[in-house]
Ligand binder design. Structure first.
Ligand SMILES: Cc1ncc(COP(=O)(O)O)c(C=O)c1O
Length: 410
């Protein structure tokens, strides 16, 4: 067994190596890693009252989502489709935080009636949500309606949320007053993952809340944008200036800002996606054939950049090469994807023991926006396996041509 990077547990590596290649490449949901990641996240924010709402869009693989639900996490969703996933996974709709501009009247009513939280993305969205609160269903209950705000940064402002100008805030408040409904949540989400970006976002958010919503007692939702633990090889490529710090630094920063703004007893909602998912999912594939060039070898695999998060990615992901044979062939090679796209080269510069047919290639830590960008490009979506620290079991099969055809309505 040779590794270019040694980052899978030895138990999982052995299970992968022993698994016959029956139905192509697959994702592995690594519940040992999920536990570790959630534990670190919880510890980082343990001095505050924090509810985690996991962001489904990052990766809604059933086994991972159910694990987080069992650990007490809520579901952050942004579409009727994602609400459908919550329901079909058997997770209570009451535990939904519903964001984004892609809402339908049915999905809003369903979340509100179940006691879930719906955050308006615009004043139009707010009017629609409030108008859907039917008094009959809320005789002894308060509907949970919040607003997402956008910090004014001129042309750099986010395209999501209600711009936090005095006029807009006045309009939003008067709508809540008109319907006699309290503001359940004020939501901010900024994708910048750096610690400095986080501190400045939280400071702006708290300043807006204190100055424009005096006496606000609802939830403050600070969205996602938290970093995952990344390997050193990856960090040097995507974060050379070390701006993505350890999650504990985000916890310290939030705790001290909450103290400074007298918000220590507030209920916070955090919506991590990447921070929980990235290290919890690995991708496993196989070497299909070798194709020699003058001074290097093309190693064709059943993997593709489309399975790691997108063809356009320039990141050279670290991988592990698992084999039972010792190859004498030390040379230069590239790991090539199965699609017909020339640039689908998953690893362009490899030196060392050239993999041989049916060796296994593992890309660890590809849990952020990979499975959800599921392609049916050339092949269908791939299987999922689950590793619980002891056994590796199959959880879902690959998508077939018949699955695609089954969607046909004529
Ligand atoms: C509203 C909202 N919350 C949470 C997330 C998750 O972000 P991340 O993966 O950076 O944690 C996103 C991602 O786009 C988002 O739009």
């Amino acid at each position: 067994m040779t590794h270019r990077a040694n980052f899978l547990s030895s138990g999982l590596s052995a299970e992968i190596l022993g698994l016959p290649n029956t139905d192509g490449p697959y994702y592995v949901v690594d519940l040992e890693r999920a536990e570790l990641g959630l534990d670190l996240f919880n510890k980082a924010f343990s001095s505050l009252n924090v509810r985690i709402a996991y962001s489904y869009k990052t990766n809604y693989i059933k086994d991972f989502v159910l694990y987080l639900y069992d650990q007490g996490c809520f579901s952050e969703v942004v579409s009727p489709f994602e609400i459908g996933l919550v329901k079909s996974y058997g997770i209570p709709v009451k535990q939904i935080v519903y964001n984004g501009p892609l809402k339908t009247t049915e999905s809003i009513s369903s979340v509100l009636r179940s006691g879930g939280l719906v955050n308006a993305d615009s004043l139009d969205d707010l009017e629609l949500i409030l108008s859907l609160v039917d008094r009959q269903s809320f005789i002894n209950k308060t509907p949970r309606v919040g607003i997402r705000l956008c910090i004014d940064e001129g042309l750099n402002s986010s395209r999501f949320g209600i711009l936090a100008s005095p006029t807009n805030i006045r309009s939003a408040k008067s709508m809540f007053d008109f319907y006699n409904i309290p503001i359940a949540c004020i939501h901010f989400h900024y994708p910048a993952r750096s610690i400095n970006g986080f501190v400045s976002k939280v400071r702006s958010a708290f300043t807006i809340i204190k100055s424009m919503f005096p006496g606000f007692t609802g939830d403050i939702n600070l969205g996602g944008g938290f970093p995952s633990k990344i390997s050193e090889g990856l960090r040097l490529q995507i974060d050379p200036n070390y701006l993505l710090r350890d999650i504990s630094e985000y916890g310290h920063a939030l705790t001290s800002l909450a103290k400074e703004f007298d918000l220590s007893s507030t209920s916070f909602i955090l919506e991590p996606g990447t921070a929980l998912a990235a290290n919890s999912v690995h991708l496993v594939g196989h070497v299909l054939s070798l194709n020699d060039r003058q001074d290097y070898t093309i190693v064709n695999t059943d993997l593709s950049k489309t399975l790691t998060g997108g063809l356009m990615s320039e990141v050279d992901l670290p991988f592990a090469h698992l084999t039972n044979s010792v190859s004498e062939n030390q040379s230069r090679y590239i790991l090539s994807g199965f699609t017909c796209v020339e640039r689908d080269i998953i690893s362009p510069i490899c030196h060392g023991s050239v993999p041989t047919k049916m060796d296994k290639i593992v890309f660890p830590d590809v849990g952020s926006y990979s499975f959800v960008f599921k392609p049916s490009f050339i092949t269908g979506a791939i299987s999922v396996y689950v590793w619980d620290g002891k056994t590796l079991r199959k959880s879902s099969r690959p998508q077939t041509a018949a699955d695609i055809n089954a969607l046909s309505v004529i």
